[in-house]
Design a protein around this ligand. Structure first.
Ligand code: MEV
Length: 425
């Protein structure tokens, strides 16, 4: 094994050519020649046509690598699919600071998803609820008969819970089927089971089942990550204090919490997309979880430890899969899993949570110190330079000048480019 395979820390990785970056990731993740071809090809149209309806093309996003991640003692290169500049660099910087004190520690619960069956028009909800619970074993057996493969892998329907909710229609019974979905996201397995249970529930209760669908508030499938951010590297005690002052607003105010959590999802969604997972499911689960106590708040929490370092924690539902759906069909999603070197949904969840924490730390750190615009400036200036017509070496040169002059504007860039070209003649 070469050194390259052992660490995700590469100084100046961003300065390498795209070819060199590909070489590095290929060695790190021991990719085959076949794998590396996937970097350069887009999703083939026949596969795309099997994935959704009315296909007429494919849509590309930049795929970047977050560096420096040490999670549960192992180095990871994290592929991120995102259109937003600075996100990948920010996550990498946060991971670099976190690794000084040992990186991220992440843990995950069992992969338990919830399916809901909404039962209406029941005469006596209390005794119907009792009857449902009395038939729990039969109901679980029926659910498990729908997915023998999942059961063979140790998963399947494990529990049944009954809730009585008041509504404008009167009281209704909502039955929760708790399913261990193993390495799948689980929506298909859970929905199939719920649909199969509906007739039996109606028979037991004398009511009518209306909705039968998975809940995206996957609060039995939680992931947690924690990291210590070195105070010296952050710039000292006053910076840690400034960070904590900024964080407090997200903990008490939904207006700030929404933006704070958006920053978390900048990282999380990028990895969720890169691995072919359902980012809407993760988003809705995350935000519902953030409001679980009746008050929308931050998904992360921060405090100072006895050494004065900053400790960050994140906890959220994480319904991700490494089998089934787009995760299986999309060649780049498979490649991204190979780069991560993961086999299970739980491993993926732990990386996702660590990345979310890193992303959030990076944003709040920047906001508490230099502000967020500085980080955005460099790529923005390059984009303006390209829009002004700069080519090759001209781009970097023009972008640098735009930053120095503090005028990242298209008209100004065009004038400067003309002057630079005249000078070069
Ligand atoms: C921008 O995409 C994300 C941030 O607004 C997050 C935050 O404010 O914490 C920078």
């Amino acid at each position: 094994m070469s050194n390259i395979e052992k660490t995700s820390v590469v100084s100046g990785f961003y300065k390498l050519s795209i070819e060199k970056r590909r070489e590095f990731v290929s060695q790190f993740a021991q990719l085959t020649e076949e794998d590396t071809k996937i970097f350069t090809s887009s999703l083939d149209i026949t596969t795309a046509d099997r994935m959704i309806e009315n296909v007429f093309g494919t849509f590309e996003l930049p795929l970047g690598l977050a560096m420096n991640f040490l999670i549960n003692g192992k180095d990871y290169l994290i592929p991120m699919a995102t259109e937003e500049s600075s996100v990948v660099a920010a996550a990498s910087n946060a991971a670099k600071i976190a690794r000084i004190k040992g990186g991220f520690s992440a843990t995950c619960s069992q992969p338990l998803m919830i399916g809901q069956l909404q039962l209406l028009h029941v005469n006596d909800v209390a005794s119907a609820a009792q009857s449902i619970l009395k038939h729990k074993e039969q109901l679980l057996k029926l659910a498990n008969s729908q997915d023998k493969i999942l059961v063979d892998f140790g998963g399947g329907a494990k529990d049944l819970e009954v809730r009585i909710l008041d509504s404008s229609l009167g009281p209704m019974i909502v039955t929760h089927l708790v399913v261990d979905v193993r390495d799948a996201m689980g929506a298909n397995a859970v929905n199939t089971m719920c649909e199969a249970l509906a007739p039996m529930l109606e028979e037991i209760s004398g009511g009518k089942v209306r909705l039968k669908i998975l809940s995206n508030l996957a609060d039995k499938r939680l992931v947690k990550a924690i990291a210590i951010f070195d105070k010296e590297k952050m710039g000292g005690d006053h910076v840690v204090d400034a960070f904590l002052e900024s964080y407090v607003l997200a903990s008490i105010d939904p207006y700030r919490a929404a933006t704070h959590n958006k920053g978390i999802m900048n990282g999380i969604d990028a990895l969720i997309i890169a691995t072919g997972n359902d980012f809407r499911a993760i988003e809705s689960g995350a935000h519902a979880y953030a409001a679980r106590n009746g008050h929308y708040t931050s998904l992360t929490s921060y405090y100072k430890n006895k050494d004065g370092d900053l400790v960050g924690e994140i906890e959220l539902p994480m319904a991700v899969g490494v089998v089934g759906g787009a995760a299986n069909m999309h060649p780049k999603a498979k490649l991204c899993r190979k780069i991560l070197g993961i086999k299970t949904a739980q491993q993926l969840a732990e990386i996702v949570a660590s990345l979310g924490l890193a992303q959030n730390f990076a944003a709040v750190f920047a906001l508490s110190t230099v502000g967020i615009q500085k980080g955005h400036m460099s790529l923005h200036a390059k984009n303006i330079a390209v829009m002004a017509g700069a080519k090759g070496d001209e781009i970097e040169k023009l972008a640098d000048k735009l930053i120095v002059d503090g005028k990242i504007k298209l008209d100004y860039a065009k004038d400067l480019l003309e002057k630079q070209r005249k000078k070069a003649r």
